[in-house]
Write a protein that binds this ligand. Structure first.
Ligand code: NAD
Ligand code: TYD
Length: 352
């Protein structure tokens, strides 16, 4: 079996749903259920005997170790993190706590468990750390895309805390021989993304006829990847990645923010026309994010060449599916925005 941390969040829940659809292997989901954790995302598998959830803070090393010892996983896939740059600017403390101290506690628990395994189990074990391209900092318009050897230059409290966790993972491999893998992925989009991030926020606001807040001049560039493609990349790295290595994952889909917002508006206008006219009228330029990274771009040749991974979706196909998903799941968005999703545990589990 495998353990996933942060499996109630956006990417973690997509990963668990995909995993259980493609493999017979059980999954234990360890999640603290912060504001970003939503068990409703996993409603489709909550009765699946291969799936189990434990509410736990990864900073609680001893309790985490007890769960790992009981589960005896052959791999741990570590998603749990504070993940929103704007929140890290407002309050970096939680980012240091979960992303650095939490990753450290999880590594310590993993090292203790791994040390108790049989030689064959130790050999087969993997700790896969899910990280971000933001650790590399910001690119100029003509700079080469981030490769695995690009120097780290994190600029936000979020990216600095993720960079610190990447370094800890590297050190645990180098010093203790822990069989680690690290992935650094570009911006994801798709189902179950919390509507504080660019794409789901724009969809929700556009449908509500609210302003679409574009930071600065709207020309910051991100390299967008459909979340399902991130999940296939992680599975592939887990299966065949070389221990101690890092793999960049990206969609080869660089796009300025304003173009992303315009494309979202055009798709909504097509799928659910607004009698008041095209949604682009709602675009509102607002004060820039402090320290806003200008451009991210991923050179994904290593994972393509070594592991044969390529994204299945283009931005056009992935964004269309995503807008359709949000249109079909407005109840999910409403419950997230009203805070009602937090009642899910009580409503769903109290009678069991
Ligand atoms: P998310 O914010 O949607 O979910 C994070 C999950 O972690 C939530 O379920 C939350 O409850 C849980 N969590 C937070 N603190 C915890 C703690 N102390 N103990 C246990 N659980 C805790 O994040 P996401 O967008 O799904 O990102 C998942 C991972 O992927 C993160 O490590 C992030 O850095 C990385 N990543 C994200 C993106 C992206 O575009 N979203 C891109 C590249 C990498
Ligand atoms: P975001 O989804 O927060 O991801 P990240 O900051 O990790 O890249 O933001 C993506 C881009 O969109 C980023 O350049 C900031 C910008 N942005 C806006 O212009 N308006 C918004 O309301 C948000 C949330 C983001």
């Amino acid at each position: 079996m495998i353990i996933v941390t942060g499996g109630a969040g956006f990417i973690g829940s997509n990963f668990i749903l995909d995993w259980l659809a493609q493999s017979a292997e059980p999954v234990l989901n360890l999640d603290r259920l912060t504001y970003a954790g939503n068990l409703e995302n996993l409603a489709a598998v909550e009765r699946d005997p291969r799936y189990r959830f434990e509410r736990i803070d990864i900073c609680e090393r001893d309790a985490v170790l007890a769960l790992i010892r009981q589960a005896r996983p052959r791999a741990i896939v570590h998603f749990a993190a504070e993940s929103h740059v704007d929140r890290s600017i407002m309050g970096p403390g939680e980012f240091v706590r979960t992303n650095i101290e939490g990753s450290f506690a999880l590594l310590e628990a993993t090292r203790a468990y791994w040390g108790e395994c049989t030689p064959a189990e130790r050999e087969a074990f993997r700790f896969l750390h899910v990280s971000t391209d933001e650790v590399y900092g910001s690119l100029g318009p003509n700079d080469a895309a981030f490769s695995e050897t690009t120097a780290y230059q994190p600029n936000s409290p979020y990216s600095a805390s993720k960079a610190a966790s990447d370094h800890l993972v590297r050190a645990y491999h180098h010093t203790y021989g822990l069989p680690t893998l690290t992935t650094n992925c570009s911006n994801n989009y798709g189902p179950f993304q919390f509507p504080e991030k660019l794409i789901p926020l724009m969809i929700a606001n556009a449908l509500a006829g609210k302003p679409l807040p574009v930071y600065g001049d709207g020309l910051n560039v991100r390299d967008w990847l459909y979340v399902g493609d991130h999940c296939t990349a992680i599975r592939r790295v887990l299966q065949a990645g070389r221990c101690g290595e890092t793999y960049n994952i990206g969609g080869d889909n660089e796009m300025p923010n304003i173009e992303v917002v315009r494309t979202v508006c055009a798709l909504l206008d097509e799928m659910r026309p607004d009698p008041q006219g095209p949604r682009e009228r709602l675009v509102t330029y607002v004060r820039d994010r402090p320290g806003h990274d200008r451009r991210y771009a991923i050179d994904a040749r290593k994972i393509a060449g070594e592991l044969g991974w390529r994204p299945a979706e283009t931005f056009t196909t992935g964004l269309r599916q995503t807008v359709r998903w949000y249109l079909d799941h407005q109840g999910w968005v409403d419950r997230v925005q009203s805070g009602q999703y937090k009642d899910w545990i009580a409503a769903n589990y109290s009678a069991r």
